[in-house]
Design a protein around this ligand. Structure first.
Ligand code: ADP
Ligand code: AMP
Length: 207
């Protein structure tokens, strides 16, 4: 089974949900650039302060900042599940100069379902667990099952930002898909259906 895996797909497709599970099963690190950047913002680091405006507007953080953030982690890793990177052709090319990619799994989902999932997404600010108020709600109203913390909605999951994020994704991802297609590592997975059924398709794609 492949151990150097990237997840591609629109915001809300379920990359994080699937990547956490796959990384656990493969015993490799789950590296999510969005999570890393949110943690930099929360800690008010120099990188976090540079990134915050872009993130709140639903735009991409400049490539050099994001590449610098993950380069070292990837150089050392004998396997990884990368989630949220690369997001444009330049990032894909930069990634290929750092490490090989054995599988690029592209999760696809309709715009209508993306908006539905993201509007109902809630995040635990303490442990990072992701919920969905419709599909996978916590047991107590908006409280994390794992650490009892009040859940929050991401700033960029507001309806006015979601559309902008999807537009940027649609514009930037085409050459990335072509890039991995040419290397014969691209696999398409329909992201509609239960988390378990999508996971079965993901497993088949990385085998
Ligand atoms: P991404 O990392 O691609 O932005 P997430 O994994 O955060 O997406 O998923 C987006 C939202 O959709 C979350 O609220 C998550 O709980 C929910 N979700 C993930 N997979 C499914 C699924 N197969 N069916 C319904 N909801 C899902
Ligand atoms: P995500 O959690 O993957 O939805 O990412 C949240 C936000 O972080 C994005 O909307 C971007 O502003 C920023 N971000 C995450 N990954 C990248 C990346 N690879 N390149 C540029 N910006 C990114």
């Amino acid at each position: 089974m492949a151990r150097k895996i990237v997840f591609l797909g629109p915001p809300g497709a379920g990359k994080g949900t699937q990547a956490v599970r796959l990384a656990q099963e493969l015993s490799v690190p789950h590296i999510a650039t969005g999570d890393l950047l949110r943690s930099e913002v929360q800690s008010e680091t120099e990188l976090g302060m540079k990134a915050q405006g872009y993130m709140d507007r639903g735009e991409l953080v400049p490539d050099e900042l994001v590449v610098a953030m993950i380069r070292e982690r990837l150089q050392k890793a004998s396997g990884f599940v990368l989630d949220g990177f690369p997001r444009n052709l330049n990032q894909a090319q930069r990634l290929s100069s750092v490490t090989e990619v054995e599988r690029a799994v592209h999760l696809s989902l309709s715009r209508e379902e993306i908006v539905r999932r993201l509007s109902a997404r809630r995040l635990c600010p303490q442990c990072g667990h992701v919920y969905n108020l419709q599909a996978s709600p916590p047991q107590k109203n908006e409280i994390c099952d794992l650490c009892n913390t009040k859940l929050v909605q991401r700033n960029d999951d507001r309806p006015e930002v979601i559309g902008h994020r999807v537009d940027i994704y649609t514009r930037e991802i085409k050459p990335v898909l072509e890039f991995y297609q040419k290397q014969s590592v691209l696999r398409e997975v329909a992201a509609l259906g239960s988390v378990d059924s999508v996971y079965r398709a993901v497993k088949a794609a990385v085998n």
